[in-house]
Design a binder for this molecule. Sequence first.
Ligand SMILES: [Fe+2]
Ligand SMILES: [Fe+2]
Length: 186
Amino acid sequence: MAQTAINSPTDVVDFLVSKHEQIKSLFAETLSASGKGRERAFVELRRLLAVHETAEEEIVHPRVKRKISNGAAVVGELLHEEHESKAVLQKLEKLDVDSEEFTRQLTELRDAVVDHAEHEEQDEFAKLGEELSGDELERMGRAAKLAEAVAPTRPHAGVESQVANLVAGPFAAMLDRARDAIIGKG
Ligand SMILES: [Fe+2]
Ligand SMILES: [Fe+2]
């Protein structure tokens, strides 16, 4: 029924922006916690980033590249930023979460991810509503919501407390699982 569909061009943008807000609050939660609490928040942050960035890379960026004026240049920049963040995350997951180095690098990563989100909102999302048709926006919104809902990157209930890190796996493996789920459903 129409109630669950994307009803206006801004819905897909609102959805993606709400993910940016969730990512920002998980950075704050991770930075303010310590020990096991910080480990748990960091696992959740990695999961959210893996699913969100993969959904953008598979669903949003390709359409922007094809359909938006100057899209290829905008997307090239964004992909570069995403690539850099992934490299930092892979370094971070090898560090002790309570070390100063972890806090320093996570703070830098937060600043980079916040900048990246602003670039997307200004240079990419804002143009979607202006340049894509209602149908295209609706299809993209559905695909993005489905992708973020199905990506099975969360460990099974019951095992997550003991071995959250182990079950969640490294960030690279989360990205692979998110991509499989998203492409499979696309
Ligand atoms: Fe992104
Ligand atoms: Fe994003």
